[in-house]
Design a protein around this ligand. Structure first.
Ligand code: PLP
Length: 407
């Protein structure tokens, strides 16, 4: 069957292809060390599960408002106001089936064909895919590695702006690099946004996945509340990736547009799951705190072991659950100098599965350094230790390799 012509322009999240490949290895009886996917192997806190069960038993099983239930919209506005120094009400929030749908709805609501959209690279690949699919023009701006991790280069970003540029995607606490801008960087970015009259998708999927310090948002700066749409998600913070619950928060006209898209797309987000979200926000936070404690231990150990691999260097972000080590020298040493040969070579020999720079949007001309992304949200400490140990042996050529049989 021939799919519509526009399908030739639709990309995908290739990390899911890596996951499918890892699954085939497991089905063949091999042990895989899953560093590839941003999923969480921890349980959703019990009080949240119970709230969903209760809501189902109480009959919250029919349709609800396309904007989401009022109690959850109010609770989300309060939660965002607390951390963002702004004053949203429930009317500024549209509940969504996950954070990801906010991306497509932002572009459907605001982008006209031919509009240029500034998109981070390396970055979450869905932005580029959706912009191209809907007839926009992605203009990539780089995150660059410095001595203290990855940063935005604002001058570089500004040079890419033309009269056709209308929209900016900004993913502070960034996937895959873990980069975040400090208050000064955010203030400068907010001035740039005003200077060029841009509208911004603030993807804050990892806003609450942080181990030290405090997260800051572009939305907190003067003039930004009217120009930004926040992508909010329960997925990471409460270990709820499979529940599919998130929200869009921003100016009311835009929220009305997004809710109208919801009527056309999915009618409403899952009704009883919204009561679970309400419990997540307003109930005890011990579960969310335990998630962060576990992830922090994993980050520290994973970073320590990776940094001890000769020729590899890796910054240690305070937020997200990703590490993005520079493996330029390591790849050279193994003789596997293209990304896919390296990734598959490591997977075949050690069972260690990860994504590479290739999975995070198009590269810019002149990119010479090589990176891989390790996610530590879906692998326990024992797996991290054995997996990184095997990676080390592979790249230093020291130990016998071979697929590890699963237990
Ligand atoms: N934005 C970024 C940067 C992400 O990494 C993800 C998930 O990995 C999402 C958005 C979407 O998350 P969800 O749809 O599970 O809320």
């Amino acid at each position: 069957m021939d799919l519509a012509l526009r399908f030739s322009k639709l990309g995908t999240e290739t990390a899911f292809a890596v996951a499918a490949e890892a699954r085939r290895y497991i089905d063949d009886g091999a042990r895989v060390f899953p560093f590839h996917l941003g999923d969480i192997d921890l349980k959703t806190p019990e009080n949240i599960i119970e709230a969903a069960n209760r809501a189902m038993r109480e009959g919250k099983t029919g349709y609800c408002s396309n904007y989401g239930i009022a109690e959850l919209r109010d609770a989300l506005a309060e939660d965002i106001n607390r951390s963002h120094r702004i004053s949203y009400s429930g009317a500024n929030v549209a509940v969504q089936p996950g954070g990801k749908p906010v991306i497509q709805k932002f572009f459907l609501a605001l982008m006209n064909p031919g509009d240029e959209v500034l998109i981070p690279t390396p970055g979450y690949p869905i932005y580029e895919s959706i912009v191209t699919f809907h007839g926009g023009k992605p203009v990539l701006y780089p995150y660059r590695e410095g001595s203290d991790g990855f940063h935005l280069d604002l001058d570089d970003l500004e040079r890419r702006i033309t009269p056709a540029t209308r929209l900016l995607v900004f993913n502070n606490l960034q996937n895959p690099t873990g980069a975040e801008e400090d208050e000064r960087g955010l203030a400068a970015l907010s001035e740039l946004v005003l200077r060029h009259d841009l509208l911004v998708l603030c993807d804050e999927a990892y806003f609450d996945i942080r181990y030290e310090g405090q997260s800051s948002s572009l939305v907190s700066f003067p003039g930004m509340e009217e120009r930004c749409l926040i992508l909010y998600t329960f997925s990471k913070k409460y270990a709820m990736t499979g529940w599919r619950l998130g929200a869009a928060a921003g100016p009311r006209e835009l929220i009305d547009g997004i809710a109208k898209l919801s009527v056309n797309d999915e009618s409403c987000s899952n009704h009883f799951v919204q009561y679970a979200g309400l419990e997540a926000l307003t109930g005890p936070q011990d579960g969310a705190k335990a998630v962060i404690r576990t992830l922090k231990q994993r980050r520290d150990r994973c970073h320590e072991l990776l940094s001890a691999i000769p020729g590899l260097h890796c910054s240690r972000p305070n937020a997200t659950f990703y590490l993005f080590p520079n493996v330029t020298e390591v790849m050279k040493r193994t003789g596997l100098e293209d990304y896919e040969s390296f990734r598959k070579g490591v997977l075949d020999a050690t069972g260690v599965s990860f994504c590479t720079r290739l999975h995070f949007g198009s590269a810019l001309p002149g990119e010479r350094e090589r990176y891989i992304r390790l996610s530590y949200s879906g692998i326990d400490l024992e797996g991290i230790e054995e997996g990184i140990g095997r990676l080390r042996s592979f790249v230093t050529g020291k130990a016998s390799q071979g697929k590890v049989k699963s237990a």
